[in-house]
Each structure stands twice: as C-alpha cells, then as structure tokens.
Design a protein around this ligand. Structure first.
Ligand code: AMP
Length: 557
C-alpha cells in the first residue's frame, strides 16, 4: 500500500534512507519517529521521553544519517549508550538504515575489546561512532582530539547511563566536543539529574513525549510472558497448544515477520495467513472473510494492515512484538472482546521491554499478569482434551453402523478391539506426541524459566544490610560465582559503578550479573561461573573511580 511507504517519505528523509527503511519492512513511522524526525532534521536540540520498544533508535538514527556528509571521512555523529549490548544494537541499526548510502561507516566503541582497532576505525573516517561512555573516555585519554569534528550527539537511555555511574565520563565527553553541536537526549524517565544535564548541555531543546491518556480496557483478560526475541516463534507455538481460541490475531512489527510467523504456523497445521501492507486490497478482504467464516483461524498482521479489522470470532490477541505505545496496545487488544464477548490478550515481552510493560500497566490502570510457558503436562492435557472433543461427537451410533465391521476386522486381523482402536487412533493423530516423554522430547523449545533478568527473585535485588550479614552468606544461585574486589565504599565506590564497569568492560548482559554488595573496604559481585576465568582476564585492567578493580574469585570457606 503506497500510502504507508508515503508515511516515511513524507518525513523528507533522503530517498536512500527511506528505501532502506522500507526494505527493512517498516510500514509507517511510530509515534516517536513522527515527532522526533522533523525536529532533529531541522537541527534542533531535543529531549525525547521514550523507552525501548517505541522505535526510538530509528527516531534519531534516520535524521542523523540524513544530516551527515558521507563524502567527509571523519566522525560526525556520536551516540552514547549505557551498555555494550545497546551500543552494538544501535550500531547495527545504523548499518541497516545506511545500507543504501555508500561511503557511510559506523564504528562501535565499547569495553572488553581491544582499543587499537576501534581507534583505527575512527581515524579511518567512520562518520558514526556508537560508544559506551567509559571506553570512549579511555580513547579520549589517548587522543583528546577524537571528537572535535562531531557535530551531532545523541545520549541514548540517559537515565540508565546515570544509574550506571557515567556522570563524570559524560562531562569529559561534552567538553571534548564542539559547543555548536546538536544534542539529542533520549531517556525513559526525566529525573532531576537528567533535567540538570539538559539545562547545562542542551540549547533550547524541543520536548517530545508520547502522550498517554488513560485508557479503559474491559472484558479482556490480559497476560504477559517473558521471552527472548529469538524464542518468540516457539513460545507462540507452545501457547497455542493450551489456549482455547476460536479465532486469533497476532501482531508483529514487520512485513517479513508476518510472512515468517504465518508460515511457521501453517507448517504446524494451523489455518493461518499473513496480513501486511504489501497485500493487495482484494486479497486482504479475502483473508478477513476467511477469518470471519472459519476457513482461517489465525491472522498475523502489522498494525497498519489490521486497521479497521472487526471480526467478532476473535477470542485472542497475541502481541508477539511489543506495540510502540500504550494506545496502540489498547487498540490492538480491542480486536477481541467484541460484541460483549470475553477476550484474552497475551503480550510477549523481551527482557529489555519490561519498562514498556510497566507503562502499559500504568496507562491502562491494570496489571498485566505474568504467565509461564505451559509445561509438558499442560500440553499433554490440552492435546488429549482436543482429541476427546473431536472424537466424542463421532461416537454417536457408530457402533450400530460399524460395530459388525469392527468384529469382522478384528477377527480377520487376529487382534483385540483395543489393538485396532489404538491403531486407528495412531493414524488419526498423525504421529502427534501424546505421552509426556514424547512431548518432552519434541520440545526443547523455550525453557520454562524464560528470562527473569533483574527481577526481584534474583538475590541481587535484596537491599544491602551492611557487614552484619557477613557471617551468614546468602546462598549463591546456581551457575554463579562470587568475586571480590578490594575496592569498597571508602574508595568512593557504589554498586552502580561496579555494575557499569563490569557490564561494559566485560561485555555481559545485565541479567548475567547477580547481587553486588559494597562494604567499606571491599565489595562482592556475583558473576556467571561459565566463562568466569575469561571474564576476569578481560577485566584485568579495568579501573573504577580511578582505581584498579582487580576482581578475584572469592571463596567464603
Ligand atoms: P527501539 O524502540 O528503537 O528499540 O525499536 C524496537 C524495535 O522496533 C526494533 O526491532 C526496530 O527494528 C523496530 N522498529 C522501529 N521502528 C519501526 C517501524 N517504524 N516499523 C516497524 N518496526 C520498527
């Protein structure tokens, strides 16, 4: 549908950028993109209040790509991100959007990797530098001129950067850049510390916030499931086993995802189809008609393609990809619970999107309960229930019409009626796993303890009660090792400094780090046992608050 492509084209971005975005499968700009792109294109400073999942990366990456000069081989834009993981993600996004802009290069600068090649890539003329603050400061110590040509600065997840103790590093970086630069700050929250930065370092910034009106959602039972992005398809297949649905709509973000998921569902025998902006109007109508009359049970759609879709048969909505904002969530789940019926809405949440879930809960004023993936027993029960439901109407008078045949066959074959019934069942169920053992074997799927990340049950979230607890060590979670550094509170260390340094220099995901206890003269950190020696070697030269970290394995006995 050309009007959706026009959605991006209307933003007056360079045609090669629009082409790359369309090739990526985006159909229309998200709300934060609609609002931010014109502001950044016009050269204003900006404060954007948005969290992961709103499309914020493209909201700054697209206009910045438009504003750089590919013929100049020098750093022109710097994006600061709190963690190595996010820096890599942002760098990859830039590369995707710059695919059709020859001559544009992107370098990611983060701890835990050798400094030489990073500096070389910057000196070789990468126009976009995506960095974590700590490592960038290390580079500045070697070459204080590295940032003098940068005239666009983006602080991504500014609140997280402050939480990880990067305030001082940020100040060093600001000073190393031209004052005339454009500065864009994205943050999920705007505490006083962030406002203070904005006041000091941004010039007359425009504010962008996706306004969220409270929305009411009735008659829809909502739940969420934590899952890693690459496990979504298997999670969806597992959920479908136990959800008792009539018709179902699944929402994803891109055209490609509609096609991929619909074909994965078809391969499992579901009557499913994709609905996206590329699908011609008459075909779209056919899909909707089929969903209405039961020739289809599942439609996998983008927001654009599902507009105006009203099918009373829909009992379930699966938000396979997170919506950009709470309004869109409410809109999506409103596809069910039509005509006074009850509906059920399930939301898949990746660890980084948990904050978006909180926003949705706040705006809708409702708790979206957590569910776990069904275990093998639940899948078995559901399969047997379906089988029972499909067979019981067939029994009727079958014995009077086919009973004699059964007698004859059992006699001819020389088997018991039970043996023959079992054979017929095997045929009818087409090899489907119908014992616990068989189900367990077929689904190494998603572990039932999907990512817990930094949730409360992690020992790391208990408040630090000081040295009194030393004689009663808290049991380590499985797979974790306790490590010790001689740096403590008296060295000016806080848990967030340790967390920031280990995340970035060690290249760990946040959830990999457990409890951090800062005592006066030392600190303890729980780290993954797997790969610990390698990690400690990586952290060998790491400094925190100007002092060597010297982290060592710690044994309490
Ligand atoms: P972010 O909030 O920047 O972390 O983006 C979250 C996800 O949304 C990423 O996987 C992006 O690729 C995707 N995304 C961003 N903008 C769009 C868009 N306009 N249409 C579809 N997907 C998008």
């Amino acid at each position: 549908m050309t009007q959706e492509i026009g959605g991006f084209a209307a933003l007056e971005l360079h045609p090669n950028i629009v082409a790359a975005v369309v090739a990526t499968g985006y159909e229309e700009p998200s709300a934060i993109q609609q609002q931010s792109i014109p502001i950044i294109l016009a050269g204003h400073d900006m404060i954007g209040q948005a969290q992961t999942g709103t499309g914020k990366t493209a909201a700054f990456a697209l206009p910045i790509l438009h504003r750089i000069d590919p013929s100049k081989r020098e750093p022109q834009a710097l994006i600061l991100a709190p963690t190595r993981e996010l820096a890599l993600q942002v760098a990859t996004a830039f590369e995707t959007y710059a695919k059709q802009m020859p001559g544009v290069t992107v370098v990611a600068v983060y701890g835990g990797a050798p400094m030489g090649p990073q500096l070389k890539a910057i000196r070789n003329g990468a126009q976009i530098v995506v960095a974590t603050p700590g490592r960038l400061c290390d580079h500045l110590r070697r070459d204080e001129k590295v940032l003098t040509t940068v005239n666009h600065l983006v602080l991504d997840e500014a609140d997280e950067m402050l939480k990880l103790g990067f305030m001082d590093d940020l100040e060093v970086i600001f000073k190393a850049m031209p004052e005339t630069r454009q500065t864009v700050l994205f943050s999920a929250t705007l505490p006083q510390s962030i406002r203070a930065i904005a006041e000091r370092h941004l010039r007359d910034p425009k504010h962008v916030k996706i306004q969220s009106k409270t929305q009411t959602v009735t008659a829809i039972e909502q739940a969420h499931l934590l899952v890693h992005a690459d496990q979504k398809t298997s999670a969806v297949l597992s959920l479908l086993e136990v959800e008792d649905f009539d018709a179902l709509i699944m929402f994803v973000r891109t055209k490609q995802a509609t096609l991929d998921l619909a074909s994965a569902l078809e391969a499992k025998g579901y009557k499913a189809a994709a609905l996206n902006g590329d699908i011609a109007q008459n075909q779209r109508e056919r899909v909707i008609e089929s969903l209405k009359d039961g020739r289809l049970d599942i439609v996998v759609a983008t927001d654009v393609a599902a507009r105006g879709l009203d099918v009373p048969r829909i009992t379930h909505v699966f938000n396979v990809d997170m919506p950009y904002d709470p309004e869109s969530y409410v809109h999506r789940i409103g596809r069910t619970g039509r005509a006074g019926r009850e509906g059920r809405a399930l939301l898949l949440v990746t660890p980084r999107e948990r904050r978006m879930l909180q926003v949705i809960e706040r705006v809708t004023g409702q708790k979206v309960a957590e569910v776990r993936l069904p275990d093998a027993q639940a899948v078995l029960d559901a399969r047997i229930k379906k089988l029972t439901n499909s067979l019981s109407p067939l029994v009727g008078d079958a014995e009077s019409t086919h009973g004699d045949l059964l007698d004859r066959l059992t006699a001819d074959i020389g088997c018991s009626p039970r043996a023959l019934a079992a054979a017929l069942l095997r045929k009818a169920t087409n090899g489907q796993a119908l014992t616990l053992a068989a189900i367990e074997k077929e689904r190494p799927l998603v572990p039932n303890n999907a990512p817990r990340g930094d949730r409360p049950e992690r020992s790391g979230d208990r408040p630090d009660r000081g040295d009194r607890e030393r004689r009663a060590p808290i049991p380590l979670a499985e797979g974790r090792a306790r490590c010790r550094t001689a740096l403590g509170a008296r060295d000016g260390i806080a848990a967030k400094n340790l967390l920031g340094a280990i995340l970035n220099e060690g290249g760990l995901a946040r959830e990999a780090i457990g409890r951090i206890q800062v005592r006066d003269s030392f600190s303890l950190v729980e780290l993954p046992e797997d790969g610990l020696e390698r990690l400690l070697t990586k952290l060998k030269d790491t400094r925190v608050a100007g002092k060597q970290l010297k982290l060592r394995r710690y044994r309490e006995d």
